[in-house]
Design a protein around this ligand. Structure first.
Ligand code: TYD
Length: 206
């Protein structure tokens, strides 16, 4: 089974990915917990060229062109799919990824790139069984990531988060594997919601 966590910055993706991994392990499954951008050379390049170092997320869209940014995320993803995701699934393991190509659609679309082009660019990326969209109002996201970022960039990030959230909700109407979970709920409730969705998917797969 291949499961992806998506959502704007501060939605709690990595925490929920970890809790879900523990849940699967408790049921005797082997789990590969992974993320994008990855920790490979491509991921490091992205962190250097696109992200502003620490925990701020994508802010400065001026350093490289938006197309180059999208291509870097896609290159990182290609390596991720071929070297890690596909082999793990083939070995019968559960793969949980914190972000995947839906992040490229939501964020790089918010940069003003053409959605169809982004979808085409990411066609090599196999479709997961389930995508959990941790949905959060941009205002709440800003409260949570405040302190991670520099004050002067605040408005710029707030506007981007708002657009990205709207994009995610539009994508949820286009991709049937996306399920929306309310990320404002208490941690345990969110985890239970996710487990219910996973169990439903497991039953459906048989
Ligand atoms: P994030 O999950 O915050 O990684 P880390 O915690 O390691 O910094 O992701 C970094 C940022 O990259 C985040 O703001 C979303 C953005 N991003 C894209 O714009 N496109 C993509 O395809 C991916 C995977 C991430």
């Amino acid at each position: 089974m291949f499961i992806v966590m998506e959502g704007i910055d501060g939605a709690g993706k990595s925490t929920q990915a970890r809790l879900l991994a523990e849940w699967f392990r408790g049921h005797g499954k082997e789990v590969v917990l992974t993320k994008e951008p990855t920790d490979t050379a491509f991921g490091k390049l992205i962190r250097r060229l696109v992200l502003t170092g620490g925990r701020e997320g994508i802010i400065d869209g001026a350093r490289i062109s938006h197309e180059a940014e999208a291509l870097l995320f896609a290159a990182d993803r290609a390596e991720h799919v071929h070297k890690l995701i596909k082999p793990a699934l083939k070995a019968g393991k559960v793969v949980i990824s914190d972000r995947y190509f839906y992040s490229s659609l939501a964020y790089q679309w918010a940069r003003g790139l053409d959605l169809e082009w982004l979808i085409d660019l990411n066609k090599f990326a196999i479709r997961p069984d389930l995508v959990i969209l941790l949905d959060l109002p941009a205002k709440e996201s800003m409260k949570r990531i405040n302190g991670r970022s520099i004050k002067t960039e605040f408005d710029k990030i707030a506007e981007l988060q708002k657009k990205v959230r709207e994009n995610y909700l539009k994508l949820a109407e286009m991709f049937s594997e996306i399920r929306i979970v309310n990320a404002l709920a208490p941690l345990e409730d969110i985890h239970n919601d996710i487990v219910a969705l996973v169990e439903h998917e497991l039953l459906r797969k048989g």
